[in-house]
Write a protein that binds this ligand. Structure first.
Ligand code: ZN
Length: 195
């Protein structure tokens, strides 16, 4: 089922999510719906609070290397925590499904160590670099109520103020269904599901 994505200025995206204690059928259904929603919206990562559920869960899609080899099959990360970050940082042009039509360069650590639980309830520790490290850091920020445009340089932040105001007011909307800051839905979900 395709779910609407919440606008960055909806309060749920400024709220820290809660840890998942039980991986029940509701969680498995949520993970499945999140993958469907992310594919529909053509994203590479999605956090549960972006679909209106304030739980510590994120998904990352398939990632291929430069030789077109699948290096990260799509996966759900439950209660993810960053244990360590490299001193080395890099800049990357980020976008966000909750922030339509905005892309900005963000500096983040190049490599991270993450602890998480998989959908079978097993705990893992993962060392990630490249795009995976980038997506995980962006999505873990969401779970902590932080948005990527809050990490851009002060000068850029000033320059994008007007665009952010338009996004907040719902004057810039995406092709996929979105719940705006005031709670209104931009598209009829029934029609989207049947199209
Ligand atoms: Zn995002």
């Amino acid at each position: 089922m395709i779910l609407p994505i919440y606008n960055a200025f909806h309060p749920i995206l400024k709220t820290k999510t809660k840890e998942i204690e039980n991986i029940d059928d509701n969680i498995l259904k949520l993970v499945s719906d999140m993958f469907e929603t992310m594919n529909f919206a053509e994203g590479i990562g999605l956090a549960a609070n972006q679909v209106g559920v304030s739980l510590s869960l994120l998904i990352v899609g398939d990632i291929y290397n430069e030789k077109d080899v699948l290096i990260h099959p799509r996966k759900a990360y439950i209660n993810p925590v960053i244990l360590a970050s490299s001193e080395e940082e890099e800049e990357f042009n980020e976008g966000c499904l909750s922030v339509p039509e905005l892309r900005e360069n963000v500096v983040r650590p190049s490599e991270i160590e993450v602890r998480y639980i998989d959908i079978d309830g097993k705990e893992h520790t993962l060392e990630a670099g490249g795009l995976l490290a980038r997506v995980l850091q962006h999505e873990i920020d969401h779970l902590n109520g932080i948005l990527f445009f809050e990490r851009v340089s002060p000068i850029r932040r000033t320059l994008i103020q007007n665009k952010l105001k338009k996004i907040k007011k719902g004057l810039i909307v995406p092709d996929y269904p979105m719940v705006l800051a005031d709670g209104t839905l931009t598209k009829d979900l029934e029609k989207v599901a049947n199209s």
